[in-house]
Design a protein. Sequence first.
Length: 379
Amino acid sequence: MPLTETRLRALKPKDKSYKVADDRGLYIEVSPSGGKLWRFRYRIGTVEKKLSIGAYPEINLKDARQAAYEARVKVAAGGDPAMEKRKQKIRSEFLSAQTFEAVAREYIDEMMVQNGRADATIIKANFFLDQLTDAIGSRPIDEIEPFEVLAPLKRLEAKGKHETAKKTRSFASRVFRYGVATTRCKGDPTTMLRGALITPKAKHYAAILEPKDLGGLLRAIQDYTGNFITRYALLIAPHVFVRPGELRHADWKEIDLEEGVWRIPEGKMKARRPHAVPLSTQVVGYLKELAEMVGTEGYVFPSARASVRPMSENTLNAAFRRMGFTKDEVTAHGLRATASTMLNESGLWNPDAIERGLSNGVQKGPPIGVEEGPPFQII
């Protein structure tokens, strides 16, 4: 006889669990403690199986019958509803442990650190993760909604950090796409945020573009009285016009003073390609002087506080300020623009060679080196 809501409410616990059938495999099991659990019994071949549907009264009679009907349909189609439910439970438990922070740190380790990305790039990735951790770090990555990501980005915008907000969104997008590729989430919610953030104005690094002004800067560097390692970094920077991070992380083992070449491995380069920097006569001389004072082990320009670390990111810019140059006049990164402008205006070198010297990635083929012509020199 099929069950009714009245009969269900009247079922009382006994010393042992007992079952009361409803219809076509559906029944309710009453435990000694008074709990009532819906189950559906079915067969796969000759094997009898049971599917747990849920507890009564949370699952009422109508909903239990509907669940049993859907299970019968699956069985008729060759499926196994109990197995599917078990798999879904395992997946749900797996995904609940896959927080945004856990997946992001795995992404940084697997896709950045182990792929040899530059130290500066790794540091920036961790910085972007820090901006998101409080808001979504502990959230399962598959459950995160676009508005949850937007909130910390808007907080950055409110502080005027428009570029940071943009780059943080881009980092989050890469993490979500990695999550999709590794089956931890179904999509990238940050795609919905395009257009939601203020577009930052293009930022140009201050640079000296007139030869006369460059002469004044070079004389000021010659007269610099601060830390001697900083002074040598300042002396060398205008000749090699690499990025400040590449200069700070220069290692003696990368430099061949006899051949006059500094070979930077791809892991330190923004373009992910090895880069060879031809060293002018002046630079070789500066490096030999520096080597006599600090030796040729480890960083060429170590931190003043710990030789196992490179000089800090702001050291050169701080030195420029100490020499009286404002942030609107010159920056360490702006020396690249100085080199590009003056070399191109001189007409002495092929523009493509200058771009390769800057490692801007416009040319294929071997990295620029001394075999391709004389190094650029400041006379």
